[in-house]
Write a protein that binds this ligand. Structure first.
Ligand SMILES: Nc1ncnc2c1ncn2[C@@H]1O[C@H](COP(=O)(O)OP(=O)(O)O)[C@@H](O)[C@H]1O
Ligand SMILES: [Mg+2]
Length: 188
């Protein structure tokens, strides 16, 4: 699905090494990974359990736990190296430019807010729209990802949705900011 008109990769990962410094020693979770993603392209990363797929994704977004460190390599997005920028700048990229769908949607969805409230929050955070418009956008997104009766679902809490619907709500939330890159970590 490589576009002919765009020849610059949108994301270039080179020699990425992410290690965890645990009490039992150093876990070389990712040890020299290279890949490129082009606009309009879907890249699948395949490998056995524990080979570092999730840690690669978490590294791109820089949401590793405190034991995890990117020790080498570069992650070039839009010409900037994500491994080098301050956290504040990274925060603006996260969710807006690069979004992620997690394996377990209950972890990412907040149980005390409705699905709609969470999508509206994500929209308002990154786009200049008021809450009424954002709510309409949320309903449209829920419809787009195949949630039946989105006008009703938008006011429901995550626990009121089935697992599959929750996953779709997660995807809607990730898409709400129109990210340039969407990372999906084994979505069921
Ligand atoms: N928070 C962590 N602390 C220590 N080791 C970790 C942590 N997260 C992942 N690992 C280790 O990193 C390796 C890669 O894990 P992961 O990226 O989750 O694999 P997968 O390809 O199945 O997604 C595994 O050996 C895993 O045990
Ligand atoms: Mg994984």
């Amino acid at each position: 699905m490589r576009s002919d008109t765009v020849n610059e990769p949108i994301l270039t990962v080179k020699n990425l090494k992410t290690y965890f410094y645990t009490e039992d020693g150093v876990v070389k979770a990712v040890d020299g990974v290279d890949f490129e993603v082009y606009q309009g392209e879907t890249l699948g990363i395949v490998g056995e359990s524990g080979c570092g797929k999730s840690v690669t994704s978490l590294s791109v977004l820089r949401i590793l736990d405190e034991k995890g460190k990117i020790v080498d390599g570069s992650i070039i997005f839009n010409g900037i190296d994500l491994t080098k920028i301050p956290e504040e700048q990274m925060r603006k990229i996260r969710g807006k430019d690069i979004a992620m769908i997690f394996q377990e949607p209950m972890v990412a969805l907040n149980p005390v807010f409705t699905v709609g409230e969470q999508i509206v929050e994500a929209i308002v955070l990154h786009q200049k729209v008021d809450e009424t418009t954002a709510k309409k956008m949320a309903v449209d997104l829920l419809r787009k990802v195949g949630i039946p009766e989105p006008e009703k679902r938008v006011d429901e809490y995550p626990h009121e949705l089935s697992g599959g619907m929750r996953q779709r709500a997660m995807i809607a939330m990730a898409l709400s900011c129109r990210p340039k890159i969407l990372i999906a970590d084994e979505p069921t």
